[in-house]
Write a protein of this length. Structure first.
Length: 126
């Protein structure tokens, strides 16, 4: 009983916080959802000509993160792998159209939607 009450209160708190503080995204069907968008940028490391390093030598691949939109699991239920999501932020903040690559549930009511560029041809790669 106490665990059920805790989960209900945690879900209510998540909803309120995300609704008030979250970034907005628009799904293909026009539905909007809110969550936390993170878009790491490695352009300076990847394109640094002055360093003379090759890509493999200059970047620790364990530290590379993909763009991620973290949402409540109830909101992620309607987002299918391969669906397009438009993050409603300025381009300088990483906003734009992405393709959902895979969901990664955290087991606590939230799901990381791992995003990729909408122009990538990764559907046929196994």
């Amino acid at each position: 009983m106490a665990a059920d009450r805790f989960r209900e209160r945690a879900a209510r708190m998540d909803r309120v916080l995300i609704d008030r503080l979250g970034d907005q995204a628009t799904l293909e069907d026009g539905t909007t959802i809110r969550g936390a968008f993170v878009s790491p940028f490695l352009g300076a490391q990847i394109g640094a000509k002055a360093s003379g390093f090759r890509l493999g030598a200059s970047i620790n691949t364990d530290q590379i993160k993909e763009p991620t939109f973290t949402v409540r699991s109830v909101d992620a239920a309607n987002v299918k792998r391969g669906a397009f999501i438009t993050i409603d932020l300025p381009a300088v903040d990483g906003g734009g159209r992405y393709k959902m690559v895979r969901p990664e549930p955290d087991g606590a009511g939230m799901v990381d939607l791992i995003l990729g560029a909408d122009s990538e041809r990764s559907d046929d790669i196994k």
